[in-house]
Structure formats: C-alpha cells, structure tokens
Ligand binder design. Structure first.
Ligand code: BEZ
Length: 160
C-alpha cells in the first residue's frame, strides 16, 4: 500500500556516498526531528531526472531551506557510487543529500515502486516528492505515469 499523508516514513537502512566511500544511513537518522523534502525519481542520469528534476532542486535549494526545511534529499533505486557520481555531475555540493536505495527497500516499504522491467531497468521508484516533519508525511505529490508536473522544486516550494 502506498504511503499517505499522515503516515510515518518507515525506518529503513539505505546509503549515501561520502569522502570515505558508501555509508549506510537510516531514514530515522534523516527524518527524526527534521523537516525534510525528499524527491524520488526512476533513475540517476536519465533524461528528465538529469535535465529537470534534480537541477530544479539545485536551483531552488536556498529558497526551500529558507522555508524551514532542514534537509533536501534525492532518492533513487541506484547504488551509492552512482548517486555520488550523479550528485557531482549535477554540482549538488552539500545542498542535496543523495540517497541510494539500491535494493528498493525503502521504495517498496512506501509502496512507491515502479516496475520498469520491460525497459530493462528492473524495479525502480515512481517519480514523487514529499515533505515530512519529524518523520511524518505532510505532503505527497506522486506523478501520474511518466509525468513531471507535481514533484518539481517550484511546486514543492509553493506548498511550504
Ligand atoms: C527519464 O526521462 O527521467 C527516464 C527515462 C526512462 C526511464 C526512467 C527515467
């Protein structure tokens, strides 16, 4: 079942790239006590994700954080090496926390998986953005199909 507004983000271990290599991080570490914007997408280095979705959050990170957001996180069903390389290529610096859900554990626990097996991508994430306060979802915008209308940085900025 898909996570809903009012639900708590499940506590799942995912990973992120650091100067010392991939590091496990739990969702509790990311979300507890914080206001977090997390957006997710079907894949690092894919066209819409690279040309529009992630760059929008890079452009608007200051405005989003000025609304009281502690962390902006980008989640994809990719490994931490890929997410780290994508973050470098997109100059996210330390403005956006690049999260690797390599086994789709978090994505499946939230019911937000997308089966792209037919395209040889395997199980990935739907494209969405959420806002959570202290681990509880306050806004959730999931795209319909392959759309990109409601999970962009400008739309989320308007919700804050
Ligand atoms: C994209 O345009 O972002 C995309 C294309 C194919 C598969 C996944 C994502």
């Amino acid at each position: 079942m898909t996570i809903q507004v009012g639900d708590r983000i499940p506590n799942i271990s995912i990973s992120t790239m650091t100067a010392d290599g991939p590091k496990d991080i739990t969702t509790d570490e990311i979300f507890s006590g914080n206001t977090v914007v997390m957006f997710a997408l079907p894949g690092a280095f894919t066209p819409t994700c690279s040309a529009a979705h992630l760059p929008g959050y890079v452009v608007h990170h200051d405005a989003i954080k000025a609304k009281g957001v502690d962390t902006i996180a980008c989640l994809s069903v990719n490994d931490a090496f890929v997410m780290g390389a994508w973050g470098e290529a997109q100059n996210v610096e330390d403005h956006i926390l690049m999260l690797a859900d390599g086994s789709a554990s978090l994505t499946q626990a939230m019911g937000l998986e997308l089966d792209l097996t037919g395209a040889n991508f395997g199980v990935r994430s739907q494209r969405y953005a959420l806002v959570a306060q202290d681990g509880v979802v306050t806004h959730l915008n999931v795209e319909a199909g392959t759309g990109f209308e409601v999970s962009d940085a400008e739309t989320i900025l308007g919700l804050l």
